[in-house]
Design a protein around this ligand. Sequence first.
Ligand code: HEC
Length: 115
Amino acid sequence: MKLSLIKGAFLSTLFISSSIIAKPNLEKGKRLYLANCIQCHNRDPNLKGSLGPEMVDAPLEVMTSKVMTGLYPAKLPAGYVPKRTTKVMRKIPKLQKDIPDIYAWVQSVKKNKKK
Ligand code: HEC
């Protein structure tokens, strides 16, 4: 009796934590990238697009700042160098909760991972 209670509590903890720590949805990230980013960026995030640069080297923090404000973060992450000095990108804040999925997809297709 006691044991099955403990087992039940353990299993429900496992269940709850696996649904909170959700895995990134790469399919969704790709779909949103193609729908929202390739007017300016390349279909292949490793390459320059018509207006926007390649974005595989931008950390999540930088992508979040670009998408939420249009701007690079005021304090850049150590070792990261922006590809441009321009301020052309517009913010797309409706994508806030989807940025981790877009980021995960971009990183999943990144070439030269060691750099
Ligand atoms: C209206 C054109 C446009 C759209 C749409 C756009 N971008 Fe950009 N993006 C740019 C430009 C231009 C830059 C270069 C800096 C600047 O001028 O803002 C840039 C820079 C970036 C950078 C920084 C790259 C680097 O390392 O320097 C990231 C990350 C980025 N964009 C992500 C995105 C994502 C993700 C989307 C779609 C959700 C998106 N952008 C949509 C034009 C755009």
